[in-house]
Write a protein that binds this ligand. Structure first.
Ligand code: ADP
Length: 299
């Protein structure tokens, strides 16, 4: 499909994801039933990855990944180190584009549009699909300016104070920082910094949040706060989280995708082994490789 950037963002879904007027159409009913829904009922697909492969130069990182990601659901990606979890996550918002030698095969459809199609504006992609990284990376600026940074850059200056407050409240950080918004973000604890990064990512009210091991650098209390936050955030956002922590996946995710390495000729290539409701992946997975991994026999 040939589309240009403006078409991509002007489809019928754009108004509900467009900040600041964005209101993601999610009823409590949908939220309550989404994960238990029988498969035959329609779900809202945000990402439709079709036979996706990614290489870095000669190295194939992942191949043959076909996976749908549903709206307002937390999807965890688990699997042993090097199986391409981050690679897949980063291909959902074109974060790999600047990596030398990066090539993507197959298709990633976002709300039905080819994310890698000609004319797609990468800045716009990042605006719709926010990302939070493993290591909290606040800018060396004030707490306020961190959160206000993206809205300012995108010209969303109207009621900026309210926007900053909303984002900080949404990230469960407001009460801890409201009296020191002008203080440096670098003075916050690691867990607070990560919640600030979540506030920064959500200040422009994206459609999707991609989280790459967001709690792995944090202590257990800060980790619990981030996990708790995810349950709240999924009411507004579609969340995809990479985690090496299986308990965390079991605690936060509605759906879980298990990736592993497969022998392909002389290469070991990352592949999606299975994706299902989290309780199925951890309770009665179909594939013996999943069973071995979740029971701790491998990886
Ligand atoms: P995981 O997140 O499961 O640990 P990654 O997606 O980070 O796996 O890596 C998958 C494979 O791709 C690994 O073999 C890794 O070395 C390779 N890889 C990842 N990033 C790059 C890169 N920027 N350049 C070259 N190879 C990379």
């Amino acid at each position: 499909m040939t589309i240009n950037g403006s078409e991509l963002w002007e489809d019928e879904r754009a108004p509900e994801v467009a900040a600041p007027r964005m209101r993601i159409r999610t009823s409590a009913d949908i939220l309550a039933t989404q994960t238990e829904r029988p498969r035959e009922l329609p779900r809202q697909t945000v990402f439709d990855a079709r036979d996706v492969s990614v290489s870095y130069g000669e190295k194939t990182a992942i191949a043959g990944v076909t996976l749908q990601i549903q709206r307002n659901v937390v999807t965890a990606i688990i699997g042993p180190s090097g199986c391409g979890k981050s690679t897949f996550l980063r291909s959902l918002n074109r974060m790999n584009d600047s990596v030398p030698g990066f090539r993507l095969g197959g298709q990633v459809l976002y709300h039905g549009h080819d994310l890698y199609g000609p004319g797609v504006d990468r800045v716009e992609v990042r605006r719709r699909i926010g990302m939070v990284f493993q290591k909290p990376n606040p800018f060396p600026k004030s707490i306020y300016d961190n959160v206000a940074w993206a809205p300012r850059n995108l010209g969303m200056r109207h009621e900026l104070d309210e926007r900053v407050e909303r984002a900080l409240r949404g990230a469960a950080l407001w009460d801890e920082v409201k009296d020191r918004l002008k203080a440096s973000a670098l003075g916050l604890s690691g867990g607070q910094q990560q919640r600030l990064c979540i506030a920064r990512a959500t200040a422009i009210e994206p459609d999707v949040l991609l989280l790459d091991e967001p709690a792995s650098a944090l202590d257990p209390i800060a980790t619990a706060a981030i996990e708790e936050l995810m349950h709240t955030l999924k009411r507004r956002y579609t969340i995809v989280i990479v985690t090496h922590n299986m308990q965390q996946a079991a605690r936060v995710a509605d759906r879980t995708a298990f990736f592993s390495l497969e022998e392909r000729g002389a290469e070991r290539v990352g592949a999606l082994i299975e994706e299902d409701a989290t309780q199925t992946i951890f309770g009665r997975p179909r594939d013996s490789r999943t069973r071995d991994y979740v029971s701790g026999r491998f990886g």
